[in-house]
Design a protein around this ligand. Structure first.
Ligand code: ADP
Ligand code: MG
Length: 443
């Protein structure tokens, strides 16, 4: 009931119907120190992503092999090369809406980064609502002794992301222009997206437009670099699509993406930021001395402390890395250059893929993080179930720069996803996890 009233909803399988988002009924325990550490890492990871994205040579070199072995990565690299130097792109404004994901590794006690999402980081709105729902439930069910209000951190995830989009829109200086939300046809996480669009409209007085890449190929055009969709001018392009090959079923979709990339609209993210979020880049940054090239020593050390073990599957070390992984496949995750969940390989599946051998340059190997298990109550499509669960924390942040001046680089809020302890993947949209909120311990 609360979910329906407040829009904590997702589209259901039957078109035109909706259901509540997959939820945990009560907050989950999460170590306070790790939560605060993750928040403190938002600014260093923002600075790192900006520095990496600005280094076209580093991106090209790092992703060359993955691009050769994976057609999707290769195509993004081609588009990057073709558009990188175009004058006037984004009007010199950089906007990143990031979500850096972490798990606390129980054996070591360390907060370790799963990945940083530089494109289409989702669930800010539904997560903010989940925090409000849990505050409501714990208060009205009389559970304050188990979940004191002071242990439930405030969550301005979506409010902050919308404010970032609005600030970038203002920098564009085109009051009649709107924010274009690039969407997947048939998107089910539509209420999460609409939450940001409503905030833009109601709080900031900014109009938005939703279009798929295929629609943009037909309706979009450039006039002196300005992006028009029909008669509407676009100031900011906000991608909630375009990160998976499934978003490009036809050449028209690539044409749509290219049109956006060639325009002077502010892209969130730019293609360089999109590429900077590649798993291959994450692995390269973890190499000795690499992250230190991009950040001041204190920031580099903070970021490095959150790196899990990451190994390349190309280059001279590849054979040794494969041999190491095959000894104990359960200790690793095999990751291709993909986003959106459901793409990673674990255990025996990973081992089989490693033995097959071909095309491994498009993968990286990562230490498997082992979070502590705790009981949870899951609510999915109106049905409650319980079981052992583990948590993944995401920290949203806004990075905004005009030219070389960084105007904002700070966290806005969080996402806690909880999944059954026996499931490997963690996506909410992909059906593995539920939205949750942290109860920070000690209180
Ligand atoms: P995607 O870009 O598809 O979201 P992720 O790297 O975030 O890929 O992986 C998807 C999910 O798999 C994560 O949300 C997490 O639950 C799980 N996962 C990923 N990497 C690890 C890891 N190193 N250890 C344990 N679980 C992991
Ligand atoms: Mg992820």
């Amino acid at each position: 009931m609360w979910a329906a009233q407040h829009g904590l909803t997702v589209a259901a399988a039957v078109p035109g119907t909706l259901t509540h988002a997959p939820l945990a009924l009560l907050p989950a325990r999460f170590p306070r120190a790790a939560f605060e550490q993750a928040q403190a890492l938002a600014a260093p990871f923002g600075a790192l992503t900006a520095a990496v994205a600005a280094d076209g040579a580093f991106l090209r070199e790092t992703l060359a092999r993955a691009g050769a072995e994976d057609a999707f990565t290769g195509r993004l690299l081609e588009l990057h090369a073709a558009t990188e130097g175009l004058p006037g792109r984004g009007g010199g404004v950089t906007l990143g809406l990031l979500r850096s994901d972490y798990m606390v590794d129980a054996p070591s006690g360390a907060l370790l980064q799963v990945e940083v999402n530089t494109i289409a980081a989702s669930f800010a709105h539904l997560s903010q609502l989940t925090t409000a729902l849990h505050a409501h439930l714990t208060r009205w069910a009389g559970l304050q002794s188990r979940f004191p209000a002071a242990a439930l951190p405030a969550n301005g995830a979506a409010t902050g992301l919308a404010a970032g989009l609005a600030q970038a829109w203002r920098l564009a200086g085109r009051p009649h222009a709107l924010v274009l939300v690039v969407v997947q046809p048939g998107e089910r996480n539509v209420f999460d997206q609409q939450g940001l669009q409503c905030a833009l409209r109601d709080t900031h007085g900014i109009r938005t437009l939703r279009r798929s890449l295929a629609q943009l190929a037909v309706e979009g055009r450039l006039e002196g670099g300005r992006l028009l969709v029909g008669e509407a001018e676009v100031a900011v392009v906000y991608y909630r699509a375009g990160y998976t090959p499934d978003d490009y079923p036809s050449e028209a979709c690539w044409a749509g993406r290219e049109l956006l990339e060639r325009s002077s609209a502010i892209a969130c993210p730019s293609l360089a930021w999109h590429l900077a979020g590649a798993k291959k880049v994450q692995q390269q940054l973890a190499r000795p001395g690499c992250v230190e090239r991009f950040l001041a020593p204190a920031q580099a050390a903070a970021v490095r402390a959150a790196f899990a073990g990451l190994w390349p599957l190309d280059g001279p070390e590849a054979d040794a890395v494969v041999a190491m992984a095959l000894q104990h496949p359960e200790r690793y995750v095999l990751k291709p250059q993909r986003e959106g969940g459901g793409n990673n390989l674990y255990g025996e599946e990973a081992a089989a893929r490693l033995r097959r051998g071909d095309g491994l340059g498009a993968f990286i190997l990562m230490q498997r993080i082992l979070p502590a298990v705790q009981p949870a109550l899951f609510l999915r499509q109106g049905v409650v179930s319980s079981g052992p669960a583990l948590c993944e924390l995401g920290i949203y942040s806004v990075y905004l720069a005009a030219g070389n001046e960084v105007l904002q680089n700070a966290p806005t809020g969080h996402l806690l996803r909880t999944k059954t302890a026996d499931s490997d993947e963690g996506g909410v949209a992909a059906g593995f996890a539920v939205l949750d909120s942290p109860c920070l311990e000690p209180f």
